[in-house]
Design a protein around this ligand. Sequence first.
Ligand code: TRP
Ligand code: SF4
Length: 331
Amino acid sequence: MKRVLSGIQPTGAIHIGNYLGAIKQWVQLGESLGKEALFCIVDYHALTNPSAYDPELLPQRTFEAALANIAAGLDPQKITLFVQSHVPEHTELSWIFTTQTPVGDLTRMTQYKDKAGKLKSVPAGLLMYPVLQAADILIYKADTVPVGEDQLQHLELTREIARRFNGAFGETFPEPQALLNSRAPRVPGVDGAAKMSKSVGNTIDMLEDPKSIWEKLRVAPTDPARVRRNDPGDPDRCLIFKYHSYFSPEEVQQAVSQGCRSAGIGCVDCKKLLFDNMMKTLRPIQERAAELRRQPEIVEAALREGAERARSMARETMHEVRRKIGLYKPY
Ligand code: TRP
Ligand code: SF4
C-alpha cells in the first residue's frame, strides 16, 4: 500500500454507520500514510443525483463534509483532503477515459441499473459516473482504494480502464485494489429493522444533538421478550446491545449481557449506559466540529492546501496522458 484514495459524496449528515464503517478506517490510514492518503469530496458525482442535487445546498454540504471529516479525526496537515471540482484534471481525464470505454461496460453496472431504473429521464452523467470515479483514482496512480462492498464493481471497472489505457498507450496506470474494511460493522438502524441509512431515515448522526440522540435511543426497540422489567432478555437479539459492542468497554458489555439475561438491569438503565459511552466517542468530535464552525477559515485553508497538493500530482499525470494519447502541443 503506497498511495490511497477514497471519495465521499457531500450528501449531508454523516451517521454513526458511516463513522464506524468508513471514517474510522480513513483516520487510521491517514495516520500511517500521511500525504500519500488522499480523501476527495466528490461534488461532481453529487451532480448525477437529480433528486438530491441542489445548487443552493451543495456548497454548504461540501463544506460540512470537510468539517465533519476533520472533526472525526482526519488531519488535513498530514493527509490530503480536497474537493473534486477544485482539481479540474479529474473531469479532463474522465473524458479521455470515456472515449476508451465501451458503453456496454457502463450499462451493465448494477448501481447504474438500480439508479437509472428509478428515473424517468436518465442523465448521461449517471452512466459516466464510474468513469469519473476511475479518473479520481487513476489520476493519482493510487494503488489502494478503501471502499464498501457496493463499490467493488466500480473498482473492477477502474482496473479494466487502467488495463485498456496501458494496452493502447503504454504502461501508465497501476491497477488499484479495493481495500475492504473487514472489521467494519454493518450497523443496524435505530429502528432495529434495516441497515442504518439516510434514505431509510433510521440514523443517529455523528454531529446530532445529544438530546435528540437520547430521544432516539429511548424509544428504540429492545429484545421483545422483555415485556416486563423482571423478564430476562437475550442481548444477542437486541439492537442496544449491538450498539454497546461499538461504543462501550468490554467490562460494560459483559455486565450488560449478564444483567440482561438475569433481569438484573432494566432496558432504560441499559440505554443510559449506552448513551454515556456513545457520547464519550461523539462528544470530542462534536466539540471539534463546533470549534471549526466558529473558525471556518481553518476548513477553507485545509481544502485550499489539499487542492494545491492534489493538483500538482494530477497535473503531472495529465502531462503524461496528453503526450501519450497524441494531443498536439507545440508550446
Ligand atoms: N462512488 C463512491 C461512493 O458512492 C464515491 C466515490 C467517487 C469514490 N469517487 C471515488 C470512492 C473514488 C472511492 C474512490 O461511495
Ligand atoms: Fe437490550 Fe439492554 Fe434491554 Fe437487554 S437490557 S434487552 S441488552 S436494552
